[in-house]
Design a protein around this ligand. Structure first.
Ligand SMILES: Nc1ncnc2c1ncn2[C@@H]1O[C@H](COP(=O)(O)OP(=O)(O)OP(=O)(O)O)[C@@H](O)[C@H]1O
Length: 235
């Protein structure tokens, strides 16, 4: 379980990205934060793995304040998927996926073997293992990003517009794949998007954000569709 307790983030220079935001993300569920650009989604996500520390308030994982955890270890224990994959261009696909296990002490051999299994899990052919990121399509690169995030077997996955840069058909395939994976793995997922349809498709719960992380609406997709708040538009 992840708890945001009245968190505020003021960046140096005074820009208030998030103001007094509270939310509980239940374990083994997918919670989608949806909102327009600048609503504070990325800032909120990064507070979970300490890429950003709150100015006020607390973020708890299973009851423990993340500020009490070593930032580097915490980050390695949480899967993180970015829009542009964030893959290392000069490393093979297998080595990219093995990044965290190698950093945390697995042998290269073990980590590579695990990479091949993960590739299958996310729907990538093992024959791609020796290629480099630039030799893969955008959709394949995003699958690698998901495999890499899963490689340390984290309980928590943070996903920041992971399918934002691929065409609509591939995007749909990746969404289906994530739903299938999640039904097998049951991770605690915080997923950020500005696409309302994607939010409703993937979220067990959807949180609609306004400026500064203000919650316009929070509920199940069915609940929100039944009673949309006035300014919660689609598309
Ligand atoms: N490092 C930073 N320094 C200063 N201001 C920042 C920084 N990061 C974000 N901000 C500001 O905080 C606000 C929220 O940004 P954030 O990236 O969290 O929003 P977002 O909803 O994820 O937006 P997007 O969809 O465009 O990524 C914005 O006004 C942004 O300009």
């Amino acid at each position: 379980m992840i708890e945001f307790q009245s968190v505020t983030k003021t960046y140096p220079g005074g820009s208030v990205a998030v103001s007094e935001f509270s939310l509980t993300v239940p374990s083994h569920r997918t919670v989608v934060l949806v909102g327009s650009s600048g609503s504070g989604k990325t800032t909120l996500l990064r507070m979970v793995n300490r890429m950003v520390d709150p100015t006020e308030g607390r973020v708890l994982i299973d009851g423990d304040d993340v500020l009490d955890r070593d930032a580097v270890r915490l980050r390695r224990s949480i899967g993180y998927v970015l829009q542009q994959g964030g893959l290392l261009p000069h490393r093979t696909i297998a080595d990219n996926i093995a990044t965290v296990p190698v950093l945390t002490g697995a042998s290269r051999r073990e980590a590579r073997a695990a990479s091949l299994e993960l590739m299958e899990r996310v729907g990538l052919d093992r024959s791609l293992a020796r290629r480099y990121p630039a030799q893969l399509s955008g959709g394949q690169q995003q699958r690698v990003g998901v495999a890499r995030a899963l490689a340390g077997d984290p309980n928590i996955l943070l996903m920041d517009e992971p399918f934002g840069a691929v065409d609509p058909i591939v995007r749909r395939e990746l969404q289906d794949e994530l739903l299938r994976l999640q039904s097998e793995l049951g991770k605690t997922i915080v997923f950020v998007t500005h696409d309302v349809d994607e939010a409703f498709r993937l979220g067990d719960e959807v949180v609609v954000l306004r400026e500064r992380g203000e919650i316009a609406q929070h509920g199940t997709p069915a609940g929100i569709l039944a009673e949309p708040a006035a300014d919660v538009g689609r598309g």
